[in-house]
Design a protein. Structure first.
Length: 415
């Protein structure tokens, strides 16, 4: 071996023995931030076509965005929970394009997810079906939403520091039901991830995942509201001062909230019950090192559009393709022992159970984030697709689309 190569090999060995820098793979830094949406007068509500795009009559409770940034030496991931009905691909692309200006790496993994409240702001969807449920597109509303989301990410990124994580999972019986089939599966799992500074006794951020449609408020409600996720956040942020709570909906396509009382009472009841469940679950959770973070995101083509008006009437494919997406954005994030799946749809619980089983078979804790990075409609099982149910009609890309997404996500997890 030539002397120069020998010296180079010796130098490489010496470098490998040096202490790792702060942001090495075993040192994860985390930050959290939040903002409220400041909406122009006349902004309509999103969620129910029966509202016919009418303007909101004020604010019942704040709606906004909450962000969590996690980073190690090789990966930066951003999780954002927005009090919106869905995420429009234009909104996602606009936010993602502004991340480098905040100092984030160009390849940062972003999950921009809607809580799916049916009382959030509208007017930001550009497609035909989106306009039906959220009114006509207004660029000023879209810009304000984008600015607020970016500000939440900026605050989170600026405040990142070393952190520990505590993971907890429990059941919340009696708070959710299968809204399609009374005898069908019910996912009442309440998943919690709490983030602590090394010397702190209370968390600075709490991530909550639950699978019940945020529809405790009907079309009668004409005020902006985050629905029960807003109550959950309010209760937890009061319980843990100076904390930021993020809510993510799971596989909710066939999962409806149990409603108790008139008006806003169901929202208050469900949110408070879930908050109590989170606090109780965290009593037995011990903060620990996070482990490495990793992320894989892909955009995959979807089967040709099959837009139906009921079970027997189908639009020609050339026409249906004008209204719906032809691709899907998928995400798999690894956070220590947790596998996070980001899906751009209303996913049926049966498909969600397949994802959870795949993660558990690999020794990982599963967490599904629905309504992430785009919206392609409902993803249901093949058996469900051939029914007359609303959820089946809203599955725009044929009977195999849901299973195809699940199979692709499992493949991404393996890689």
């Amino acid at each position: 071996m030539a002397p120069s190569r020998w010296l180079l090999r010796l130098f490489s060995v010496w470098l490998a023995c040096l202490p790792l820098p702060l942001h090495a793979a075993d040192r994860v830094v985390v930050g959290a931030g939040s903002t409220n949406f400041e909406l122009p007068p006349g902004t309509p509500l999103a969620g129910y076509s029966r509202r016919k795009g009418r303007a909101a009559h004020g604010v019942h409770d704040p709606v906004g965005a909450r962000a969590l940034v996690l980073e190690d030496a090789g990966t930066t991931m951003v999780l954002v929970s927005c009090d919106l009905l869905i995420i429009d691909e234009h909104l996602f692309n606009a936010v993602h394009a502004r991340l480098p200006a905040l100092g984030l790496p160009p390849r940062a993994a972003l999950i921009l997810a809607a809580t799916h409240t049916h009382s959030g702001p509208g007017a930001y969807g550009r497609k035909f079906f989106e306009k039906l449920s959220m009114g006509h597109y207004d660029p000023s509303v879209s810009t304000r939403l984008e600015d607020a989301i970016v500000e939440a990410i900026r605050v989170a990124y600026a405040g990142r520091d070393e952190a520990l994580i505590a993971y907890a999972s429990s059941r919340a019986p009696g708070l959710v039901h299968n809204r399609i089939d009374p005898q069908g599966p019910v996912d009442d799992e309440l998943i919690v991830q709490a983030f602590f500074r090394p010397a702190a006794r209370t968390p600075f951020a709490v991530l909550v995942n639950f699978s019940a449609h945020p529809t405790t408020l009907g079309a009668w409600s004409m005020q902006f509201s985050a629905d029960y996720p807003g109550v959950l956040r309010r209760e937890l942020e009061q319980r843990f001062p100076d904390s930021t709570c993020l809510f993510f909906a799971g596989a909710v396509a066939d999962q409806g909230p149990e409603k108790t009382g008139p008006g806003y009472e169901p929202s208050e009841h469900l949110g408070r019950q879930l908050a109590s469940g989170v606090v109780e679950a965290l009593k037995n959770a011990t903060p620990d090192d996070m482990g490495a973070v990793d992320a894989k995101q892909e955009i995959i083509p979807l089967p040709s559009a099959r837009v139906r008006l009921g079970r027997r009437v189908r639009l020609p494919r050339w026409l249906g393709q004008q209204f719906v997406d032809d691709d899907a954005a998928l995400s798999v994030l690894r956070l220590g022992s947790t596998a996070i799946f980001g899906v751009p749809c209303d996913m049926e619980s049966e498909l969600g159970a397949r994802l959870k089983s795949a993660a558990q078979a690999r020794g990982l804790r599963p967490l599904i984030i629905g309504f992430a990075n785009d919206y392609i409609g409902y993803c249901v099982s093949e058996a469900r697709y051939h029914s007359d149910e609303y959820e089946a009609v809203m599955a725009f890309n044929g009977p195999r689309a849901g299973s195809m997404l699940v199979e692709r996500l499992i493949g991404m997890l393996e890689r």
